[in-house]
Design a protein around this ligand. Sequence first.
Ligand code: HEC
Length: 133
Amino acid sequence: MKSLLISIVVISSFAFTSHSQSAELKSSITRGEEIYTDFCVSCHLPNGKGVERVYPPLANSDYLKKNREASIKAIKYGLEGSITVNGKKYNSSMAPMGLSDDEVADVMNYITNSWGNKNDKMITEAEVSKIKK
Ligand code: HEC
């Protein structure tokens, strides 16, 4: 009986945390979509596919999938020099857009959960603030 009670408590608290995490993620993605529309869409386009050899794709981007920290850094501080995204080279630059850490987290949650991208590990403001130049 005691162990049954314990498992009920454990299971329901797990269900509660995962629910609040997903609600938090959902509202972050909604804010991120707005930031994307304001700051990113002109180059990476509404479908996230970018422009081949000019603006790299975010949709299905292996770079974004494999380089969580470098992607946050790129949005926070800008990115310059040669990178390869889905087998194509880009040697250009993206200027920093002056977003705050929570805005970087929101737009990261949006782009890593859009156009078929999927990221269960929510990006937080605290994670972004730890990433230095
Ligand atoms: C003026 C055009 C422009 C804007 C606006 C822009 N980017 Fe970029 N972005 C680029 C270019 C060009 C690169 C590749 C830079 C290089 O070659 O080093 C890039 C690279 C990236 C990358 C890493 C490569 C990849 O495809 O996964 C990410 C992630 C990214 N941008 C996200 C964003 C987000 C999020 C925003 C809005 C907050 C944004 N960008 C706004 C032009 C832009």
